[in-house]
Ligand binder design. Structure first.
Ligand code: FAD
Ligand code: NAP
Length: 728
């Protein structure tokens, strides 16, 4: 391939769309820097790009599961892993790599780090240091500076002789500090009333703003003022809707503390640097025709595995009414013989709450066209380079369908989205506050008032009533509504073509800027469905509501969290709360295997389950089933701990206390019987504490030092004898 001087290849490996969105930003920035960027998903290797033909590549990849690459990138990783590749295989290649991960998990950024190591082993050279972004603290903390430094490095590498290259690179660092009247955007800023502004300048300090459209520059013509108390007026459009009425609760006037709508010093007086405004690129063409088809099942062009339909054939509440959390169990009948193994998960395609969608459409002033058929097209005169319709959007739909099935309306708006909202906001105080929230200087406020409380786009629009974005802009910038995975809680041997899942219904209260209380998107949807199913069962009308019992699902096979193929291997299973789900599947599978002639001569290993809940009368999930499995000796021993029951000091509170109490047994299983340890459930606290407890056992019972115990557990992990399926 003829190599153009200013060209580079941009690749992403994305599981939930974050890595892809970051490459969107890199691509937009590359245009401003006069660079030619060709972007592909890692799944397109050998179809759209070949690393062997490239000289300069930028890769952004996330990590999923237990340190694995995103599903779409598995083939790419496998190909590079081949041992037969010589050590100079990629010696012509220069690269920059950004890994995304979550430090709540043991193998933080493992996919990115593995790729980084492998590229180096194959002779590729880094032209810019690799970056590691942590979702536990906010990806943007590492992503923003990494992208900022990437362009000087790219320019240096691609165009070392470019005369004004260093000017371009340095300008970004200085222009927020001084008024550069040679820059049109800064010029516009400087027009503002200096007395009123108290010397504050708001600058788009991107090096090459000359390419900005008039529309973009107009954005800066608003007379921005430093934030003062905003006397919040409640959005009142006369609706009786309960959600809208709740918004009154977010009046934040007269507080001295910073809040979503108000900053304090030094931020309110600071010069702020806002991200580049991406050009608009989507257009909607409405047909007058009403959508008579009702809500159709969505399709997902980006799905890594086939999507099939499943019918919910039963829905049970597993907890008592006074339990802290409500746990539900759904039994799904699978179509097309979708296959799975215990240990795998199933991804459930969910939809946004109908009332919330209605509220958002109303706030966007598009209710009158919400059910009209519309085509999504590219704007003819868009200034966005290489614009394409986002893959997750259908070409023809209705606004209600789009916002119900395809768009994540709950995800905290990214800074780039807030940057767009600035442009659509008329009130100067609101405009200024939005500028702060998307600025570099406002990072801490963004984290405190948007990221941590998980403010949605609707919350934000309610808090900033003069902001009126176009629906097209939101379709461009809001992320895809992702399916949610749930561990299979059954065995295909025991219930062929059926799969059980168990989950807690997530309830998120109003407050901290959230303008109304809400349920988790998927668990809320499944909770409503359970109510419907139960009322249908009560009125004994099996036909009624048949449609509402259908879900779209896809298999999410686990790479390692599976039963060992050798049935004699003993199992140590640790799963408090809904973390018990896969182990019910494991044990039921063992029960069926024992009845199969092919296992007739085999000796089955012992099985030990450590389960924990709050109270035996409230949330002891699968109590009867676990007792039954113990009685028939499929489960050798069940260890249960109740965290909120009155008990003596030596009674275990959590699963790890029970592990410690049974240290001798566990050590024997691990050291002498090659047992495999499985941990499932919460990644934030439980899995870390359990890991620590196994180290404590090794220290106390085998006299190991801290570092010896750590390497021993690491070795168990590498040998796939310590397996985790945990989630935050
Ligand atoms: P969302 O709308 O996505 O909102 C989630 C938000 O609610 C979070 O950001 C968090 O701030 C808050 N929240 C409060 N409490 C919780 C909590 N306990 N869990 C998650 N978020 C919480 N979940 C199960 O219950 N059972 C399973 O078997 C299961 N298996 C999983 C398997 C895999 C491989 C993975 C990756 C996840 C699994 N999960 C499981 C988690 C599940 O996919 C969803 O994340 C969870 O049900 C919340 O989805 P939601 O759409 O209702 O919430
Ligand atoms: P939960 O009901 O909140 O808690 C279950 C028990 O764990 C309670 O008794 C609780 O006690 C206790 N607990 C709290 N902190 C603990 C700690 N540090 N160590 C050990 N035990 C602790 O749990 P859950 O909501 O069902 O599940 C937790 C998470 O696992 C959820 O986020 C869910 O999404 C995820 N999950 C993931 C998978 C997977 O990845 N395959 C499968 C299932 C569930 P107290 O409340 O009294 O402190």
């Amino acid at each position: 391939m003829p190599e153009k001087k200013n060209r580079f290849l941009l690749l992403y490996g994305s599981q939930t769309g974050q890595a892809e969105a970051i490459t969107d930003e890199i691509r937009d920035n590359s245009v401003v820097h006069g660079l030619d960027c060709e972007r592909h998903c890692l799944s397109q290797a050998e179809k759209k790009f070949t690393l062997e033909n490239e000289t300069c590549v930028v890769i952004v990849t996330s990590t999923t599961g237990d340190g694995e690459p995103p599903e779409t990138a598995l083939k790419f990783f496998r190909r590079l892993k081949k041992r037969t590749l010589p050590s100079d295989h990629l010696s012509h290649l220069n690269y920059a790599l950004l890994g995304l991960g979550d430090s709540n998990y043991t193998n933080f950024c493992n996919a990115g780090k593995t790729l980084d190591r492998r590229l180096e082993e194959l002779g590729a050279k880094r032209f810019y240091p690799s970056g590691w972004a942590d979702d536990a603290v906010g990806l943007e903390l590492a992503v923003e500076p990494w992208i900022e430094g990437l362009f000087p490095a790219l320019l240096n590498f691609l165009s070392p002789d470019l005369p004004n290259k260093s000017d371009l690179c340095c300008k970004e660092a200085t222009c927020s500090m001084k008024e550069d009247t040679s820059n049109p955007v800064d010029n516009l800023d400087c027009k503002r009333d200096k007395t009123e502004l108290n010397g504050t300048t708001i600058t788009n300090c991107h090096p090459s703003t000359n390419g900005h459209s008039k529309e973009e520059r107009d954005d800066y013509n608003g007379h921005d003022t430093p934030s003062s108390e905003i006397d919040r007026k409640i959005l009142d459009n006369g609706s009786e809707d309960s959600l809208e009425r709740k918004i009154e609760g977010i009046s934040l006037a007269n507080t001295q503390e910073p809040s979503l709508i108000k900053s304090v010093q030094p931020l309110c007086d600071a010069a702020v640097t806002v991200p580049l405004l991406t050009p608009a690129y989507l257009a909607l063409k409405f047909n007058s025709e009403e959508n008579v088809g009702g809500t159709s099942f969505p399709f997902d062009k980006t799905a890594a595995t086939a999507i099939s339909r499943a019918t919910v054939i039963s829905a049970d509440i597993l907890t008592s009414e006074d339990a802290l959390k409500k746990s539900l169990k759904l039994r799904l009948e699978l179509e097309n013989e979708m296959s799975y193994q215990p240990g795998d998960s199933v991804s459930v395609y969910c939809q946004n709450d109908a009332k919330e969608v209605e509220m958002l459409l109303k706030r966007l002033n598009v209710l009158d066209t919400a059910d009209c058929v519309c085509e999504i097209e590219l704007m003819k005169d868009t200034k966005k380079a290489k614009a394409v319709i986002p893959l997750h959007l259908p070409n023809v739909s209705t606004l209600r369908n789009l916002f119900t099935h395809y768009i994540d309306i709950r995800a905290p708006p990214k800074k780039s989205v807030i940057r767009q909202l600035v442009k659509e906001t008329t009130n100067p105080q609101e405009k200024r506050r939005l500028q702060e929230l998307c600025s570099k200087q406002g990072m801490a406020d963004y984290t405190s008032f948007i990221r941590n409380p998980e403010i949605s786009i609707l919350d934000l629009l309610q808090a900033f009533p003069s902001c009126q974005p176009t629906v097209e802009r939101l379709l461009e910038s809001l992320p895809k509504l992702q399916p949610r995975p749930y561990s299979a809680c059954s065995s295909p041997l025991k219930t062929p073509n059926q799969l059980d899942i168990v989950f807690n219904v997530i309830n998120i209260p109003e407050g901290d800027g959230r303008s109304f209380s809400r349920q988790g998107v998927c668990t809320g949807m499944l909770d409503k469905l359970t109510v419907d199913i139960q009322s249908r069962q009560k009125c004994e009308d099996p036909k009624k509501g048949e449609k509402i019992c259908q879900l779209q699902v896809s298999a999410r096979p686990s790479q390692f969290f599976r039963l060992p193929s050798d049935v004699s291997v003993p199992l140590i299973m640790v799963g408090p709360g809904t973390g018990v789900a896969p182990f019910v599947g494991f044990l039921q599978h063992r029960e069926m295997q024992k009845t199969c002639p092919e296992y007739a001569d085999q000796v089955f290993g012992e099985t030990f389950l450590f389960f924990g809940c709050r109270n035996q009368s409230q949330d002891y999930l699968f109590r009867e089933e676990l007792m039954r499995l113990q009685e028939i000796e499929i489960l050798t021993k069940l260890f249960v701990s109740f965290s909120r029951e009155n008990k003596s000091a030596d009674e275990p509170k959590y699963v790890q206390d029970n592990l410690l109490k049974n240290a001798e047994l566990l050590l024997d299983l691990i050291e002498n019987q090659e047992a495999v340890i499985y941990v499932c459930g919460d990644a934030k606290n439980m899995s870390k504490d359990v890991n620590q407890t196994f180290m404590t056992i090794l220290k106390e019972k085998k006299g190991m030092s801290e570092s010896q115990a750590k390497s021993h557990v690491t070795k168990l992990r590498l040998d796939r004898r310590y397996l985790e399926d945990v989630w935050t």
